[in-house]
Design a protein around this ligand. Structure first.
Ligand code: ATP
Length: 320
């Protein structure tokens, strides 16, 4: 009989992780489990940074961005020998039977490794990029998107007053959903993601034609790691005569109090994780498909093809 479960957050922090931790802890306690918090992801297991939690341990965290459990990039966990030690620490030192891991694909790989060593695991998708193939939604996306929209709206005010072109880089390279949805929501003139690349010439030609038609300002939203946006802005200015600036929104996108959507989705997923454990369903990761909670084997989920943002980009382009 499963008695002791633990929860960790890992990979990049995402707003809503705290709501999820809170849900796992409180739902777990109400089902009669002892619930432990593992601090700083997989690194925390190795360091024995694991504490028994109670209802009050997770009070007043729901509205906070980031993760109160902390997170860490710990590449050493890719090493099976390290994972073996981790599994021993969990079972022998703490008597922990199951781990709920909240994070992205990398976090899932860590969980899969632990599953193979006999630990029961559940993965919960949390990453602002929305880049996990087995779910339509990852915790943190909505908050990050709203932060981007707020920034772009502000930039639009100033770029329109100064008759400027703004090239705005947002996060999400493997999945362009942040850029594409921001493009729709802010009415960007152009949206570029890794699924819908444009050549520099195409961008320049488009902006030149807009300028000829009397357009005084333009917003271009582009996913990270596609090009050096500062150099590109310079090039556009040279070729189009548009006063052009590049803005990289950066880590600001990760922070902030989670939106209602992120809090509620995170809470639903956290409660569902505990439900799955009580039913003996493990080595799976949770997804949200058509707003219904679902689950897949972690190894199956990791093999699913990457999500494609083209459809959203097409919409943004049509009305931008
Ligand atoms: P994000 O999408 O926000 O980057 P993520 O969970 O994908 O989140 P990663 O840094 O890739 O973030 O992974 C989180 C942690 O999971 C790593 O620091 C490492 O400890 C563990 N991990 C990653 N890849 C593996 C792997 N192949 N095997 C075992 N553990 C892994």
């Amino acid at each position: 009989m499963l008695k002791k479960i633990a929860v960790l957050t890992s990979g990049g922090d995402a707003p809503g992780m705290n709501s999820c931790v809170r849900a796992v802890v409180r739902a777990g306690l109400s089902k009669g489990f002892e619930v432990y918090g593992i601090y700083n992801g997989y690194k925390g297991i190795m360091e024995g940074d694991i504490k028994l939690l109670n209802r009050h341990s997770v009070s007043e965290i729901l509205n906070k961005g980031g993760t109160v459990l902390g997170t860490a990039r710990f590449p050493e966990f890719k090493d099976e020998n390290v994972r073996k030690i981790a599994a021993e620490i969990l079972t022998e030192k703490f008597g922990i039977d199951a781990v709920v891991g909240i994070g992205g694909d990398g976090t899932y790989k860590g969980l899969e490794g632990l599953s193979k060593l006999g630990i029961k695991t559940i993965g919960i998708p949390a990453t602002i990029d929305n880049d996990i193939a087995s779910t339509e939604y990852t915790i943190g996306f909505d908050t990050a998107l709203n932060t981007i929209i707020e920034c772009v709206d502000k930039l639009r005010d100033t770029s329109s007053s100064h008759q400027r072109c703004s090239i705005i880089e947002v996060m999400g390279n493997r999945c362009g959903d942040l850029a594409a949805c921001a493009g729709i929501a802010t009415g960007a003139e152009l949206t570029i993601t890794s699924d819908k690349l444009m050549t520099k010439k195409e961008v320049v030609d488009f902006l030149q034609s807009q300028r000829k038609q009397g357009k005084k300002h333009a917003i271009v939203i582009i996913s990270e790691k596609i090009t050096d946006v500062h150099e590109f802005a310079h090039e556009i200015q040279e070729k189009c005569g548009f006063d052009t600036r590049a803005e990289v929104i950066g880590h600001m996108q990760r922070g902030g109090s989670p939106t209602a959507r992120d809090r509620i989705t995170a809470a639903r997923m956290g409660v569902y994780a505990v439900e799955l454990l009580t039913k003996g369903i493990t080595s799976v990761c949770i997804g949200l498909i058509d707003n219904k909670l679902t689950y897949n084997e972690i190894d199956t989920a990791l093999k699913m093809p990457r999500k494609d943002s083209s459809n959203y980009v097409d919409i943004a382009t049509l009305i931008g």
